[in-house]
Ligand binder design. Structure first.
Ligand SMILES: [Zn+2]
Length: 442
């Protein structure tokens, strides 16, 4: 552009000069090497103008010719880039729609197009995913490994390698890689979650503690979303260590049991372990206090049973008194009414037992409550026959009951807690519900 403006200015200036000279004619004589040329100023200027125009055009032509190979190279590169884009798009689309053959073809072509070039990681990612889809883990690993060299794609490469190692059932190698992934990006929720879940599956509870201790509660919750349970995760890890230590009569057992309980005072298995441990060591009042404290937040039938077992051989009146002490701070909870009703039933006071069962039933019918009611009515001679039929029907029709269930797959685990869901095999998702819907169990 600048060159064109300059060219126009020069031409304009020369034209004006030519016109001016045309109006002021004169002659010029040149003598050189024995020749003599006589000419007009007008002719000289015209020749000069023609010479400049020809020179400029000549230079432009030369520059154009010199640029041809560059332009051609640029054209080829643009063409290649378009082809790369098209190949990758086709490849990933085929991958997502599970078209193995088309995806494989695109992957091979992309690898060729991008070999040793910028963006070759995309071809590797496509090739690795295609290999994994076809079950060729060795090839998948080879391509995922190529992603490790680039800082941006390192995590993707590691994640691919982890899945590949898991396909090969090589958990310890997968754990090594998952550790590396957390080091590469500690703030990546998926990476931390993966390592946590692999640790859980391998029972590496001490490692879980170490992993979680690397994060503050705030930071962990920020990465994993509001409802992530930092303390519950740590409590589970310590609880599992405590269980093992107790089994092996390890000296650390007491400390671990206390720590697990402190980290999550609403984790029923940790509460029960704490109570059992205190009971075994004759710390009865401490055990009773743990039960009472637990009842305030999460009343549970097994806690009541454990609590009553702390005081064997009490007379009927004292047992009722003891139960009232346990439920004192949460006496309107349906389970508080149920525990009392059951005790009165055992002691043969069917009228009071019925009264408390009815109170418990206000919160909703469950199999346990309907069952107790039916037993009371069968024993209580004042009951009417239609009452019996009514509760038999309710017992048959209600599908709710307190139970441990898996938060992940909703499977009903039953009346005792387990660390692993027997259905989906996920670890640490078995949760208590006061009225779980018993659909799978039937
Ligand atoms: Zn499950």
């Amino acid at each position: 552009m600048l060159r064109l403006i300059f060219f126009i200015i020069v031409i304009a200036a020369l034209s004006i000069a030519t016109a001016w000279v045309g109006e002021n004619e004169g002659t010029i004589t040149i003598r050189w090497l024995g020749y003599e040329i006589q000419t007009t100023m007008m002719l000289i200027l015209s020749a000069l103008l023609a010479f400049i125009i020809v020179t400029i055009l000549f230079v432009e032509l030369i520059l154009y010719l010199i640029n041809i190979p560059n332009k051609y190279r640029r054209y080829l590169e643009q063409h290649r880039q378009k082809e790369v884009l098209k190949t990758l798009t086709t490849g990933f689309a085929a991958l997502i729609s599970h078209d193995q053959k088309a995806a494989n073809k695109s992957a091979k072509h992309a690898l060729k197009l991008l070999s040793n070039k910028e963006g070759s990681e995309l071809a590797d990612l496509l090739a690795a995913s295609v290999a994994q889809m076809g079950g060729d883990e060795d090839k998948a690993q080879e391509h995922y490994s190529n992603l490790l060299e680039n800082k941006t794609t390192k995590l993707v490469g590691l994640q691919g390698l982890i899945e590949s190692q898991l396909q090969n059932k090589n958990t310890s190698k997968a754990i090594d890689l998952a550790r590396q992934a957390v080091i590469v990006q500690p703030d990546n929720a998926q990476a931390a979650e993966k390592l946590l879940s692999l640790y859980k599956k391998s029972g590496k509870w001490a490692d879980i503690q170490l992993l979680l201790n690397n994060y503050s509660r705030r930071k962990w919750n920020k990465i994993h979303g509001k409802d992530s349970e930092y303390d519950a995760e740590i409590a589970l890890a310590i609880f599992m260590r405590a269980l093992k230590a107790k089994e092996q009569n390890d000296l650390n057992a007491e400390e671990l049991i206390k720590q697990a309980y402190k980290h999550n005072m609403e984790f029923i298995p940790a509460i029960m372990l704490m109570v059992s441990y205190a009971q075994e060591h004759d710390e009865i009042s401490q055990a009773a206090n743990v039960c009472k404290k637990a009842w305030e937040k999460i009343p549970h039938e097994q806690i009541a049973e454990l609590y009553l077992s702390l005081y064997p051989q009490l007379n009927e009146e004292k047992r009722i008194k003891l139960i009232r002490k346990l439920i004192a701070k949460n006496k309107n909870h349906p389970l508080s009414y149920y525990i009392l009703a059951r005790e009165y039933f055992e002691q043969g006071d069917f009228t009071t037992a019925k009264e408390y069962t009815q109170k418990a039933l206000v919160a909703g019918e469950t199999k346990t409550l309907a069952g107790l009611m039916l037993k009371i009515i069968e024993k209580d001679y004042t009951s009417l026959p239609e009452e019996k039929d009514k509760w038999r029907d309710i017992l048959r029709n209600t599908s709710y009951d307190p139970a441990w269930f898996c938060d992940k797959c909703l499977y009903i685990v039953g009346k005792s807690w387990q660390v692993e869901c027997p259905n989906c095999h996920e670890i640490g998702y078995v949760t208590w519900s006061d009225s779980a819907k018993i659909h799978q169990a039937e």
